[in-house]
Design a protein around this ligand. Structure first.
Ligand SMILES: [Zn+2]
Ligand SMILES: [Zn+2]
Length: 350
């Protein structure tokens, strides 16, 4: 039987987290009529992959990780009529049911089905492998001329599109993004495509602040070295931040946002940390009519938009993808760079 290389999560039984091991495993086969066998062409490394190892995010034992993957079609189940071998495709790793209450109310990203742990590359086998099986409903056909290493950004970009839509950026907005990690910078790149007044990034790390400037920030602030409120007051002429995107998700960053938001300002919580707790001043929200909004993953429309943005190169993909590595260097190079924070998106290729 033919084997393939894959990165498999081995859960630590006693503690949370576990180990990701590159090993040879059986090439999967189609078992259901709506399934498709794909050859993985590229798969991005996500901060979530690191969190899974460290115990900050759940995942199923013995699962092939990698949820930001794209590929070409090899074989089709009997009920798949609208695709053909050789087609380039992207995968929405979050399988939505289409029939639960949130799905039927037009919020498939909040699908109840997701809570039971179905995401490809986290709870079901994903894209750190040579081949993968996915249902037709999770597949988006890509244009033929798209570069597949670029296409691996479709999934994270779709989440940024979702956030960008919630932000409803206006030309006169002062915008602050807290956190210039890969997601903060993808959101920055997307927001930069829209006319606005000021785009300010808050980030502790020097290397990442430099990247934020290269990707179009008007100002960067190191929260360790400056008084955030004074700096934002100075930059915005005491107007404050009309839109704040918290791409970190800690209690501290939530509280930081409350020091700098404008009258009528909107805080969009994007970064996630299930341990975060913050204080809030309800009266400041009433008196200045401020809003706090969440942005969670993405829906099909965000995916379609992300495909357009990437195929039309509307953001600087070359700057956002800092490394393209073979899958067998996922651990020795990929995760190492992630831990050292000297990379933006790293794309693996089997
Ligand atoms: Zn991810
Ligand atoms: Zn649903």
């Amino acid at each position: 039987m033919k084997k393939m290389l894959a990165a498999i999560f081995h859960k630590d039984i006693k503690n949370s987290g576990g180990e990701i091991i590159l090993e040879k495993t059986t090439i999967p086969e189609i078992t259901k009529k709506d399934e498709v066998l794909i050859k993985v062409e590229a798969c991005g490394i996500c901060g979530t992959d690191l969190k899974i190892m460290q115990g900050g995010h759940p995942a199923n034992d013995q699962t092939i990780l990698g949820h930001e993957f794209v590929g070409t079609i090899m074989e089709l189940g009997n009920n798949v009529y609208d695709l053909k071998p050789g087609d380039k495709i992207a995968i929405d790793p979050n399988e939505k049911c289409g029939i639960c209450r949130p799905c039927r109310r037009g919020n498939p990203n909040l699908c109840e089905h997701l809570a039971s742990g179905t995401t490809f590359g986290i709870f079901q086998n994903g894209g750190f492998a040579e081949y993968s099986i996915v249902p037709r409903s999770s597949i988006f056909k890509l244009p033929n001329d798209i570069t597949m290493t670029h296409a691996a950004l479709i999934e994270p970009l779709s989440c940024a599109v979702h956030c960008h839509n919630i932000a409803e950026v206006k030309e006169s907005d002062n915008i602050v993004i807290i956190g210039a990690g890969p997601m903060g910078l993808i959101i920055e790149s997307l927001i930069r495509t829209h006319p606005l007044k000021n785009l300010i990034m808050i980030e502790l790390d020097d290397w990442r602040r430099q990247k934020a400037i290269e990707l179009g920030a008007d100002h960067v602030i190191n929260p360790k070295e400056s008084d955030i409120k004074n700096d934002i007051d100075y930059i915005t002429d005491k107007q404050g931040a009309d839109v704040i995107i918290d791409a970190v998700g800690l209690g501290e960053t939530f509280e930081m946002a409350q020091q700098i938001w404008a009258h009528g300002g909107r805080l969009i919580c994007f970064g996630q940390d299930n341990r975060a707790i913050a204080q809030i001043k309800p009266n400041e929200i009433v008196r200045y009519q401020r809003s706090i909004l969440g942005s969670y993953i993405s829906d099909s429309c965000d995916f379609l938009d992300a495909i357009e943005i990437i195929s039309n190169k509307m953001i600087d993909l070359e700057k956002l993808i800092t490394h393209i590595i073979p899958l067998d260097q996922l651990i020795s190079k990929g995760f190492k760079l992630m831990k050292e924070k000297r990379c933006l998106k790293i794309i693996t290729q089997p």
